[in-house]
Ligand binder design. Structure first.
Ligand SMILES: Cc1cc2nc3c(=O)[nH]c(=O)nc-3n(C[C@H](O)[C@H](O)[C@H](O)COP(=O)(O)OP(=O)(O)OC[C@H]3O[C@@H](n4cnc5c(N)ncnc54)[C@H](O)[C@@H]3O)c2cc1C
Length: 491
């Protein structure tokens, strides 16, 4: 019997993972990628002797990558290696204090208590709540489709549904955090986890307080060859299973026959298939690839608020800083004002929280001797036509001033190489509507239910994976979307 054929639009991490899973199932899989490289948001580049991971820098839940090697019958450690971090992140506050987030739970609680005066008991109580939310939501919201009847016929789901009142969906993250903690710095520390999926802690439900559990319980990791090696090793794995990748292959249209996806159009050529999976942002999938079928658009779903975007300066720094680690955060003095600027005014606050990632701390050849590769990122609103050139110029100055003050050194004099990525660039490089980095925001209790399903309810044989659909953005959730899609497709 000839193999069934699956076509995947986009070689983002979810597209690659879906390709692997479908190839393992026996499908003949082809991936069409508009760029000349795989990875989408998860990409890398080199400049002036520095190597930068251009997008994600925090690697959590590596077990979802391992699972793909296992499925394919390969030993992951022969192809992809990573190490667990002892220190997850350094947090610098504007009052000069610093919290070192140790991976070890006891050490972490003792550190927070020492710096802020919160009790270790309150920190552990918070961790237990985070774990409880994870145990309830994992089955219902993350590992399964919310749009498939069989999800609700599962005993684990039924048990979780009975426990839903415990997931703290009514109040906001910030509100819950102020009840758990007296100290503003601890509240700010835990509020920041809203940004892990591009949301606002002053609006997002306290259910998102599950995120610290992902990082603190399961840990944060560093891939030995840098973040981009997640992509290269998975593309190698996919190719070893017979998956064909086509680069510089912009898909122009999804071809329908009645209410069924029949194939795709690439460079004017029609390629037929049994199944089409879009890893392209769902908003653009409809508006570009199905533009002749507006009657099939899930209008309410496509109107959902987008997640925040990012502004990144990739700086080659002509010095090494012993006080910095792989992940570093320099908090703003007024977090509420910062988020009001991002979400209400759609603007950049003059004192933004700065995230500084330095992969050369773990991978020395990412920077020339005596230098460091700084990935300097701030959260910014999605692109709705702001004057980005002006905003970038102001933000650059404000970031340099803030880092110089915190590190006691004029950083502007140390920048020997610079590249910049802003929401416009994210939108054009990866076809992400408004340059949002996590698809839609989670700023409401209903967000999880209003995220697009992994299958079209109106077009047969059309499936969706990636950060703009269920269960959401970020590497782990994108990998779970691939799992849900491949299980749904069946054989
Ligand atoms: C700056 C930044 C920092 C981030 N930090 C983190 C982090 O630390 N940790 C984390 O877990 N996540 C992080 N993320 C989020 C994470 O990168 C994304 O959630 C994830 O990589 C998205 O993967 P995806 O599968 O949805 O596809 P995408 O990466 O969005 O890729 C989609 C692909 O589809 C292709 N495509 C689109 N349209 C077409 C078409 N018509 N034809 C052919 N190809 C097409 C695009 O070219 C692209 O390659 C970050 C993202 C950014 C941008």
């Amino acid at each position: 019997m000839p193999k069934k054929k699956a076509l995947i639009i986009g070689a983002g991490i979810a597209g690659i993972a879906t390709a692997i899973r479908l190839a393992v199932k026996g499908y003949a899989v082809e991936v069409f990628e508009a760029n000349s490289y795989a990875g989408g948001k998860l990409s890398e580049f080199e400049k002036d002797g520095f190597r930068f991971d251009a997008g994600p820098s925090l690697f959590t839940m590596p077990q979802y990558v391992d699972e793909l090697f296992k499925l394919a019958g390969k030993q992951q450690s022969d192809h992809f290696n990573y190490q667990k971090l002892d220190v997850t992140c350094n947090y610098f506050y504007e009052d000069g204090s610093k919290i070192i987030a140790y991976a070890d739970a006891d050490k972490f609680a003792a550190e927070v208590s020492k710096v802020t005066g919160e009790t270790t008991a309150s920190i552990k109580k918070y961790a237990a709540n985070s774990r409880n939310i994870y145990n309830i939501t994992n089955h219902v919201f993350l590992e399964r489709s919310l749009h498939q009847i069989k999800t609700y016929l599962n005993w684990a789901t039924i048990k979780s549904i009975f426990r839903l009142p415990q997931i703290d969906a009514i109040r906001t993250m910030h509100k819950a955090n102020t009840v758990y903690f007296k100290n503003d710095r601890v509240v700010q520390f835990f509020d920041r986890y809203a940004t892990y999926n591009g949301s606002n802690p002053y609006a997002a439900p306290a259910t998102l307080n599950v995120i610290p559990h992902i990082e603190q319980h399961f840990g944060a990791y560093f891939p030995a060859k840098g973040m981009y090696s997640i992509i290269t090793s998975l593309v190698d794995l996919a190719e070893s299973l017979g998956v064909k990748f086509h680069y510089n292959a912009l898909v122009e249209e999804i071809i329908l026959e009645k209410f069924k996806a029949k194939g795709i159009k690439v460079n004017g050529e029609l390629i037929e298939a049994d199944v089409v999976v879009s890893n392209m942002d769902v908003w653009f999938t409809y508006h570009k690839l199905l533009k002749n079928h507006p009657q099939l658009y899930p209008q309410k779903v496509l109107k959902q608020e987008r997640s925040s975007s990012a502004l990144i300066f990739y700086w080659g720094i002509n010095k090494q800083f012993a006080g910095l680690d792989l992940h570093n955060i320099f908090f703003s003095a007024n977090y509420k004002a910062e988020f009001d600027h991002i979400w209400q005014q759609k603007y950049i606050y003059h004192d933004p929280t700065v995230y500084l990632n330095i992969s050369s701390k773990f991978k020395a050849d990412d920077a020339p001797k005596g230098c460091e590769n700084w990935f300097v990122m701030i959260n910014v609103p999605a692109n709705t036509g702001q004057d980005w050139d002006k905003l970038i110029a102001d933000a650059r100055q404000n970031i340099l001033t803030k880092l110089s003050k915190n590190l006691g050194e004029d950083i502007s004099k140390l920048v020997i190489s610079e590249s910049i990525l802003d929401p416009r660039g994210i939108e054009s490089k990866t076809s992400s509507y408004q340059g949002s980095i996590y698809g839609t925001s989670s700023n409401s209790q209903f967000a999880a239910f209003l995220r697009h399903a992994n299958r079209s309810s109106k077009i047969n044989n059309l499936y969706f994976c990636g950060g703009s659909v269920h269960p959401g953005g970020g590497i782990p959730l994108c990998l779970l979307s691939a799992k849900i899609v491949s299980e749904w497709i069946g054989w």
